[in-house]
Design a protein. Structure first.
Length: 189
């Protein structure tokens, strides 16, 4: 199992460009659909938690899945599997090619990779949207967050996305507290 965790996340780390958001779709494909290590709901929860904790989102996801499967050893195997390919590639590039991106065909390849990364991020977003609870409040919060980010980008306002996430979390918490049924004498009112 430790080798499976290492290889699954090494494959994701080796063949995914664009960082954690681009990797979410591949992590979900591997961990939920192929290996059945976690459920779709767990993947949604992992994504939210991994985004709100320090560190890269893909590494946090790998650590969680590994820990769920085999405890500390699984977390270590999955995390090293996720990190090792990128580390080796960047190390090799830094050792042998001082002007790596000045090579014309490599610069053009990275232009194409940028498009692929955008598609991977869009794919992950669509999958998460499809699996989101069919209740109005999560959708309203999501649409408000999307509108806020769009307006921030259009008007070039410098607001951290962390502030938007904390605001969405606070709004969700307030709504939860307001909707929480009062319990009196063992009965729900």
């Amino acid at each position: 199992m430790l080798l499976q965790l290492f290889l699954a996340f090494a494959k994701t780390g080796l063949f995914t460009f664009g960082g954690g958001y681009a990797m979410i779709s591949l992590i979900e494909n591997t961990c939920v659909e192929k290996k059945h290590w976690i459920t779709h709901d767990e993947m949604m929860d992992i994504t939210v938690i991994a985004e709100s904790t320090p560190g890269p989102i893909a590494i946090n996801c790998a650590t969680y899945v590994g820990f769920k499967q085999k405890g500390f050893a699984g977390a270590l195997a999955a995390t090293v599997g996720m990190i090792l390919p990128s580390f080796c590639i960047i190390f090799a590039i830094s050792m042998f090619l001082d002007h790596f991106l000045e090579i014309t065909w490599i610069a053009h390849a990275f232009q194409g990779i940028k498009i692929a990364v955008g598609i991977l991020i869009l794919d992950a977003s669509i999958k998460m949207l499809q699996k989101m609870q069919k209740k109005p409040m999560p959708r309203v919060i999501m649409l408000c967050g999307f509108a806020a980010m769009l307006l921030i980008n259009i008007f070039s306002v410098r607001i951290s996305s962390i502030i938007l996430m904390l605001t969405a979390g606070l709004v969700s918490l307030i709504i939860f507290m307001v909707k929480k049924p009062a319990v009196k004498g063992g009965t729900v009112k």
